[in-house]
Design a protein around this ligand. Structure first.
Ligand SMILES: *Cc1c(COP(=O)(O)O)cnc(C)c1O
Length: 410
């Protein structure tokens, strides 16, 4: 079971897919019938309404959402974007493909950006801070917003892993300048791939929209108002939109399940000397998809993890900067990491190899994550429990975990 939304798939998704097959439209543009409502347009409107923002751009992946957001902000060569050393490779990959330079910053025990370190890495080239809400929980957005405001930077929320999560009552992905979401099958809800961009800024929306569809804006039938731009084709398909729309309607029930399961699991796992839970910037707002434990030593984390099929978080190759050989190569000035671009001088000043972020290395090597909704071996998350686990099973796993911890730490 990858993400919790997947476990909620039923005839709702099927019915909406069949609707698409019945009207057999290729994508949102129906030239013969411009007034009609395609599934992508329905998703676009439903997401804007659900998240209470004026603008949504549905796209074909979370990675595309990041690319469109960066294009929307006009970020490119010569610009720097600060990004945490614990993220998903797409967070950095999108920055690299935009032509900008990723600048790595440390995380803290929330496993998200450390605002103090972010501030120290701001230069005159910095254009944006990319906060990645890892493992379902919010970054320290108040402190990051303060840095962004002080230096006039955009705040991008890569919210691929925390759809529906909140921070101080506001929905994640709607707090910064722009928010990006993924609907791949590991995420809170899924379109069986897909993603979307949210923003309240009209110009950003126009540019992101143009970028996702060959420069067209606002819609193919009404060309004209936007910036001149080469776009790509990053459009969401009608079939994915059908699944995504059905899943969006279930977001609240999915989160209610993951949160209830996680609460029950944690009730049975008291903190012990030598092991604590990760820091949460908003415990009520997190998605409850994973339970993270931080140990005093890397050895304890590894041996507890082993009993539950967890790797320490530093062993999750696509989420840890030190596990990205293409990033290290970029820092060495090698041409290989992107087919489209010669590394710039600013890249060469960066050291991206393992060891560049000692605090991040230390925290990740002492952390493990038990699944309470998302199980993903790349994330290192072992099989704890799932959204439909029985209470007796949740309690049993909690008990087993607690006794393994006691044995290891004892
Ligand atoms: C999954 C993910 C993405 C990319 O989403 P895709 O839909 O797989 O392209 C980006 N950032 C983070 C943090 C993710 O977890």
């Amino acid at each position: 079971m990858p993400g919790p939304g997947y476990a909620f798939m039923d005839e709702h998704e099927r019915d909406k897919v069949l609707e698409v097959l019945d009207y057999w439209r290729e994508h949102r543009y129906d030239f013969d019938n411009p007034g009609s409502t395609s599934m992508v347009l329905r998703f676009e409107n439903a997401a804007a309404e659900r998240f209470d923002v004026p603008y949504c751009v549905p796209v074909n992946s979370g990675t595309s959402a990041l690319l469109a957001a960066l294009a929307g902000l006009g970020i490119g060569p010569g610009d720097e974007v600060i990004v945490p050393g614990y993220m998903f490779v797409a967070s950095i990959g999108a920055i690299v493909h935009s032509g900008a330079t990723p600048v790595l910053a440390e995380i803290d025990e929330s496993l998200t950006l450390d605002p103090v370190d972010v501030r120290a890495r701001v230069t005159e080239r910095t254009r944006a801070i990319m906060a990645v809400h890892m493992l379902g929980a919010p970054s320290n957005l108040a402190a990051l917003q303060e840095v962004a405001d002080e230096y006039g930077l955009a705040l991008i929320e890569d919210n691929a892993q925390a759809t529906g999560g909140t921070y101080r009552g506001a929905l994640l992905g709607t707090i910064g300048t722009v928010g990006t979401f993924s609907l791949n099958h590991f995420k809170v809800v899924t379109g069986m791939d897909g993603g979307f961009v949210l923003t309240s800024q009209e110009r950003l929306f126009q540019r992101a929209h143009s970028f996702h569809d060959q420069g067209w804006f606002p819609h193919r039938q009404e060309v004209g108002e936007g910036d001149l731009m080469f776009g790509l084709n990053l459009r969401m398909s009608e079939l994915n939109a059908a699944v995504a729309l059905a899943q969006l309607e279930k977001l609240d029930s999915v989160l209610a399940r993951t949160r209830a399961v996680k609460t029950r699991l944690l009730e049975g796992i008291p903190e012990q000397k030598g092991m604590r839970r990760r820091l949460l910037h908003d415990g009520d707002g997190e998605c409850g998809t994973l339970a993270v434990f931080i140990f005093d030593s890397a050895e304890s984390a590894a041996s507890v993890g082993e009993s539950f099929g967890c790797k320490t978080l530093i062993d999750s190759p696509k989420h840890y900067y030190g596990g990205l050989p293409a990033l290290a190569a970029l820092g060495r000035g090698e041409r290989g990491p992107t087919p489209f671009r010669v590394p710039q001088e600013s890249d060469l000043c960066q050291s991206y190899g393992k060891g560049a972020l000692p605090k991040t290395d230390d925290i990740l090597s002492r952390s493990i994550a038990l699944s309470t909704g998302v199980s993903d071996s790349y994330l290192g998350a072992g099989n704890g429990v799932g959204p439909f686990s029985k209470e007796a099973d949740i309690d049993r796993i909690a008990k087993e975990f607690t006794s393994v911890v006691a044995k290891v730490l004892g």
